[in-house]
Design a protein around this ligand. Structure first.
Ligand code: HEM
Length: 225
């Protein structure tokens, strides 16, 4: 029964991932949160505190895209859906795009840093040092920037095996982003805890799969000697 359900789900996921328009459809899906935010902005539907809404929505979208990118490999390996891999880089770049929008909203609207004259660099540095959640967000954003820059095929070729090691930093970015979210909350941390639960599940699957792979690989002759 469980096996049949698994096989059916795996077939369904493979059919979706191998669909001709899968990649354009995912791309179109990634634009929806930005369009919705633009719509709210344009129609004055950002609520009583528009800046808070803009920061909340852009931050959640960045987190959502980051976690979607992180979920690709576990889904591929657990359900044997190789076709899904082709959207991983795109999801990562979209995560960076939403994080960049989030940081621009913070700099432009919260810190009023939209021109050289209005930018108070010392105030921004003070804010980063004073509010620890901002510092954590900055760590997440710096890693995401590094990963977005090195996500091109040229960098994959240049860094060879080190590329994979570098891109494992995505987990550090995700952990920092969740801590950033937890530290913002004043009392109710149920929302960031849901993200933390998802991240724990993804990490557990990755650890399990790597242990399984190590066990399945026969030891090299040198190791046996
Ligand atoms: C330099 C980097 C960053 C800065 C300066 C920053 C700043 C902020 C600020 C000022 C808020 C609003 C806090 C409040 O409502 O009082 C916020 C909210 C949020 N940020 Fe960031 N952030 C950064 C990076 C990130 C990154 C990389 C992510 C996710 C990948 C993220 C996710 C979130 C989320 C989900 C919220 C919503 C929290 C809520 O409204 O409940 N942030 N951020």
């Amino acid at each position: 029964m469980l096996k049949a359900g698994y096989a059916q789900l795996s077939r369904l996921l493979n059919a979706i991932a191998n669909w001709r328009y899968f990649k354009p459809a995912v791309f179109a899906g990634c634009t929806v949160p930005a369009l919705m935010l633009g719509w709210k902005f344009w129609h004055d539907q950002l609520g009583v505190d528009p800046l808070k809404t803009l920061l909340h929505d852009s931050g959640e979208n960045a987190l959502g895209m980051l976690f979607a990118a992180l979920s690709v490999t576990p889904i591929r390996r657990v359900f044997k859906v190789n076709g899904i891999q082709k959207v991983r880089r795109m999801l990562g770049v979209w995560a960076f795009f939403y994080a960049l929008a989030h940081v621009c909203i913070y700099l432009g609207l919260d810190q009023l840093c939209y021109s050289f004259e209005t930018c108070e660099f010392r105030a921004i540095v003070n804010d980063v040092l004073k509010r620890k959640f901002i510092f954590m967000g900055m760590i997440a954003f710096s890693i995401m920037t590094l990963l977005a820059i090195t996500s091109t095929s040229g960098w994959v070729r240049r860094l060879k095996k080190r590329w994979q090691t570098l891109h494992r930093l995505v987990y550090v970015a995700a952990i920092s982003a969740v801590i950033h979210f937890v530290w913002i909350q004043k009392s109710d941390i149920s929302e960031p805890l849901q993200w933390a639960g998802w991240l724990t599940l993804l990490l557990a699957i990755r650890v399990y799969l790597s242990i399984q792979k190590r066990w399945a690989t026969p030891p090299r002759l040198a190791d046996r000697a």
